[in-house]
Design a protein around this ligand. Sequence first.
Ligand code: PMP
Length: 423
Amino acid sequence: MDLEFDRKHIWHPYASLFNPPPVYPVVRAEGVRIFLEDGRGLIDGMSSWWSALHGYNVPELNRALRAQMEQMSHVMFGGLTHEPAIALCRKLVEITPPGLNRVFLADSGSVSVEVAIKMALQFWHAQGKPGKHKLLALRNGYHGDTFGAMATCDPVTGMHHLFAGQLVQHLFAPAPQTSFGQPCPDGDIGELAQLVAQHREQLAAVILEPIVQGAGGMRFYSADYLRRVKALCDEYDLLLIADEIATGFGRSGQLFACDHAAVSPDILTLGKALTGGTLTLAATLCSDRIAQGICSGEAGVFMHGPTFMGNPLACAVANASIDLLLSSPWQHRVESIEAQLKEQLAPLEQAGGVADVRALGAIGVVQMREPVPMASLQAALIERGVWLRPFGKLVYTMPPYIISEADLTQLTAAMVDVLGEID
Ligand code: PMP
């Protein structure tokens, strides 16, 4: 592969073109392994950023794609509809938290967040309350890289502080401190409650990642906190937008992270694992009340319509992925992965360079005391047959649910080996 051309001409995510971190040439992927050009197979501990739940080259997904390709790869969604989209949206309405009956199909996670924000704003506009146009987001939160989404990411610790001056100024509450499994004391929700009460006339919605704050810190917080936020939203007439782009489809141990708290948000965003990591597709679901509100407003319609909305190939493979997930013992697999991660990463609690070790569902996190050198750490893990992408102080894994006990043992052993050496 012409890596020289790649290095000089192709942007990779969050990378420089002039001092680029190494990129590894990958030629195929099968099961939980991705194979490099030199033949080495690496266990993918990232599930291609939360998405490849069933691993790679999955016969059921390939079959669905091939069959759909023979029928129709794409057709515009304006004024036309098709069975893959109808079947998918029916499933999403059935399996997501109760009350989310209306589905907007988008093409990436960040766009589904934009859609969610626009839904909230259009809803309040239609209610005759255009002043309710601010969002309340959480510190350490992360919702994507487009402008509307960036404005809801933590402006201080987040990745997008460079753009702070150009972004809509929203409000931010402290990140929840109470860990998953703990009841949430008043103190942990106090500042959020104050902000909600004080700014209710300006606030359209609270936006958060339920239970798992992902890119902003890989933190697992109390289900009780989430319940209390929902209660505050109801009390002060704010919408709740739950961003389950990372957590959706079982990753945290429940099908959706909101299920841990039995909370139904007003608006829900999904992406990443929606197609089992095969094609780009995302969805924003909302309740009847929001949909009716939006459509009774001045515009009478919801003002969004991407060209590739409802792409039939993506919908067909999403249908196959959800069917495969629901017909598998996914919850048992995710619980076993959690238990194995907890047990096998525990020795790192004693390591000098490690601040914290935690696992929830099929997510394992080692938080270091200092930021880690990504490139050299990645190289050391690759030598041990493992693919991870450390970020800042965090070295984490969210493997495909199909990972075997032996492969997960190899993955955790590599982490323990490499991270245990750092002071
Ligand atoms: N929200 C969350 C919680 C995410 O983890 C991500 C992706 N990292 C996004 C939104 C944005 O999704 P995408 O990268 O598909 O635009």
